[in-house]
Design a protein around this ligand. Structure first.
Ligand code: 3HC
Ligand code: NAI
Length: 699
């Protein structure tokens, strides 16, 4: 049982005890009902308190139970709340720390609520693609008002208890405790004080109306429509709250239930739930236990104040960690600092950062031209030119000056982290920290684990990533790590599609309609086409049998490197990011196609999407099989947070699971028969072929 029962004088206390956040799983639900029965059967008990152990009242329904038999078994949350409402003795919710989703719905079913200040209160179900399914949409509007409730339900954002408690006319909390520490005693006293009050109040009996009725809900629908492209849940939240104002309580509850069940089965909700768990699972490394000791990171050094170095430094400054930047020349340092200032000033101008915060952050930044000044740093991140010789010189100097136990990291995007580690006498302290550009904005951090990287180094950088608000995923050492190794295949398919009859615009539009933040050609223009060109030139000698379309090379030969040169696959007006199709580029593609003797064919959006996305999937399967990624969900996290893969698709492997791996393999077999494509590539990776044959999915 994951709920405890104790009696304090005349008050029975039921304490939810299901770490980490007292999710309302089957055994906890059963525990609540049993506790209520015991309390009501005990003549010495006159009132009941429900509270939560540890750091939460309750984080809501147990997300890990969704989709399993346990989530359907009685007592379900509705039955638990009904048992609370029907209790002949008053039930008081003593709320602290976190009160979310089903946790808040449980509290709303209680006769009274007392809350500690500082508690995060939310109905966050919409973030999982569902809506509150245990009366939240019917009860919350009755205690905080229709508009405040709808805002909370549609956004899913937490609101602090003291703010809710101070809202005029609010009936959510009957009492605010003086402090979190005082909550337990105040809840007991409150429960005693209401023991004999009859009739007992119930939220369901309160009225629910909006003065503007239909007009308000129409307005709300329009707002939600604009904001929630690709997701059905927000509009259903509006329907449910409207029902609270128009239907009898019991009918509203049934209506909410039906919407909840329908949303639960949507692919969008499955994707969001997958991502919720995937993001958290990414921080866990199978052979690095969570209690692995971590090194202390109080001061950071960054080598190289260029595009990446500046952004990397900002992450630490934002988290209040001092940074020292090293460059070869003062001018480079000055340029780097000016860029950081410019970035912060833009945030101040937009009202996203307060002037004093900006100054505090800049005060944490210092510069140097001497390696001796870095010796006290706990972590140093190198972001110099992408040349092994340059990295060698840097790491040898770092090895000579850094204090023992300091972590030496490289931001290399393509080089072998094992080679870099072996430039030092302490390869166990070396790790790859592959930030994505712009490094102060992009959430993804690939942590590249070298052969010798120590476990405590990994544990430390994973914890540090959380501190600087990055989503970190561990990758083994290989060319391109997880993300760029996959994107290379995606880019190759993009090239073949041009050769066979597409325009860059057609491919980009198809992918953007699928939901990608940017199609492959707009992405190339943003990243710089010269980067891919350099990689291909290397490949032509390393892997002469690998097939590539030549169009991208022809484009680069014209100097069309993308946005930075004002011209790439598209044209760009200085200072703007709008991609303007260019007739000469289209002609260049057509001429090249003609020179290969290819008659263009009309290619459907469906084929474009399948070829590009399944190329990611096949490469991902190889990556998994080789142990470069620890788990399939890590790959989805990389693509969602680093490559603009649509959230409602849940990542490439979740998408492949949704399509069905059997169907994915069938499509690959079809693509392999296309003489203009690369048949060898489309041979399904053994892992994919096995899973598809067994009717299984990536997990
Ligand atoms: N059920 C099960 N586990 C949960 C959970 C939940 N509702 N919420 C969080 N957890 C787990 C996480 O998976 C993680 O587990 P792990 O340590 O094994 O990885 C652990 O709690 C800690 O989570 P975080 O890393 O997110 O910790 P934070 O302290 O940063 O945040 C939180 C805590 C604010 C509770 C955050 O986890 C959160 O927002 N959780 C989601 C809450 C939610 O969506 N609740 C609604 C559920 S749906 C529902 O209630 C349906 C109902 O209407 C019928
Ligand atoms: P950049 O050219 O903008 O900056 C590199 C900086 O390093 C320059 O300011 C240069 O003066 C400095 N530098 C060079 N040699 C040095 C040395 N020996 N000592 C001190 N400073 C030195 O390059 P960028 O784009 O910042 O790339 C840096 C690293 O980050 C590379 O390894 C690159 O592969 C990687 N990377 C780049 C990404 C990008 O999108 N630009 C994305 C992810 C990783």
């Amino acid at each position: 049982m994951t709920a405890e029962y104790k009696v304090h004088g005349s008050v029975a206390v039921i304490t939810l005890a299901n770490p980490p956040v007292n999710g309302l799983g089957l055994s906890t639900r059963q525990g609540i009902v049993d506790g209520l029965t015991r309390a009501n059967d005990d003549a010495a008990v006159t009132s009941i308190v429900i509270t939560g152990a540890g750091g939460a009242f309750s984080g809501g329904a147990d997300i890990k139970e969704f989709g399993t038999d346990k989530s359907l078994q009685e007592p379900n949350l509705h039955s638990v709340i009904a048992a609370v409402e029907n209790s002949p003795k008053p039930v008081v919710a003593a709320i602290h720390s976190v009160c979310m989703g089903g946790g808040l719905e449980l509290a709303l079913g209680c006769h009274y609520r007392i809350a500690a200040p500082g508690c995060s209160v939310a109905l966050p179900e919409v973030k999982l693609g569902i809506l509150p399914g245990a009366g939240g949409t019917q009860r919350l509007p009755r205690v905080v008002g229709v508009e405040a409730a709808l805002n909370m339900i549609v956004s899913g954002e937490p609101v602090k208890s003291e703010l809710l408690g101070s809202m005029p006319g609010q009936k959510l909390f009957d009492k605010m405790a003086a402090s979190p520490e005082a909550l337990a005693a105040e809840a007991l006293a409150f429960a005693q004080s209401v023991a004999d009050v009859r009739p007992m109040p119930l939220v369901r009996n309160l009225p629910c109306k909006h003065p503007q009725g239909d007009a308000y809900f129409q307005f709300a629908r329009n707002m939600v429509k604009g904001m929630s492209k690709n997701f059905p849940a927000p509009a259903k939240c509006v329907d449910a709250v409207e029902a609270a104002t128009k239907k009898k309580f019991a009918d509203g509850l049934l209506f909410e239930r039906e919407l909840f069940i329908n949303l639960m089965w949507t692919p969008e909700s499955r994707s969001l739930r997958h991502l919720f768990l995937a993001e958290r699972a990414a921080s866990k490394i199978p052979d690095v236990p969570s209690d692995t000791p971590k090194r202390d990171i109080q001061a950071v050094a960054v080598i190289g104040a260029g595009t990446m170095g500046g952004g990397i430094a900002m992450n630490f400054l934002n988290a209040g960690i001092p940074v020292k930047m090293l460059e070869m020349k003062q001018e480079a340092l000055d340029r780097g600092i000016a860029t950081i200032r410019k970035n912060y000033e833009a945030q101040v101008k937009k009202g996203k950062l307060k002037q004093d915060k900006y100054e505090q952050r800049m005060a944490l930044l210092s510069t140097t031209l001497s390696y001796d000044d870095l010796k006290d740093a706990d972590l140093v991140i190198e972001a110099v030119f992408e040349e092994l010789g340059v990295k060698e010189a840097v790491f040898k100097q770092l090895d000579a000056v850094m204090k023992p136990g300091a972590i030496l990291a490289s931001n290399t995007s393509t080089l072998d982290v094992n080679k870099i580690a072996n430039f030092t006498q302490r390869p166990q302290d070396v790790v790859g920290l592959h930030f994505f550009s712009p490094a102060n904005v992009m959430k993804l951090l690939e942590v590249v684990r070298g052969d010798a990287t120590a476990k405590d180094v990994l544990a430390t950088v994973m914890a540090m990533a959380k501190k600087i608000r990055k989503t970190a995923v561990v990758s083994g050492v290989c060319d391109g790590f997880i993300g760029n190794r996959m994107i290379e295949q995606y880019g190759r398919q993009g090239g073949f599609l041009l050769d066979e009859g597409c325009t860059p615009e057609q491919v980009d539009k198809a992918m953007e309609k699928f939901g990608m933040a940017m199609g492959p050609f707009r992405m190339g223009d943003l990243a710089g086409n010269d980067i891919g060109w350099a990689i291909r030139k290397r490949r032509y000698t390393e892997k002469p049998d690998m097939k590539y379309s030549k169009t991208a090379d022809l484009l680069c030969e014209k100097g069309r490197f993308g946005q930075k040169t004002g011209a790439g696959w598209y044209d760009y007006v200085p200072g703007k990011r709008d991609a303007i199709p260019n007739a000469e580029v289209v002609k260049m593609i057509e001429d090249h196609r003609a020179s290969l003797g290819i008659t263009p064919r009309k290619i459907s959006d469906e084929e474009i999407v399948q070829r590009l996305v399944f190329s990611l999937v096949n490469e991902a399967a190889h990556i998994l099989e080789e142990g470069i990624a620890n788990k399939a969900s890590d790959i989805d996290v990389v693509y969602i947070f680093g490559y603009g893969f649509p959230v409602h698709r849940g990542g490439p492997l979740n998408y492949a699971n949704e399509v069905g791996l059997f169907n994915v393999v069938q499509a690959m077999n079809r693509f392999a028969k296309n003489p203009l494509d690369d048949a060898a590539f489309w041979k399904p990776a053994p892992l994919l072929a096995k899973l598809a044959a067994e009717g299984k999915a990536f997990n």
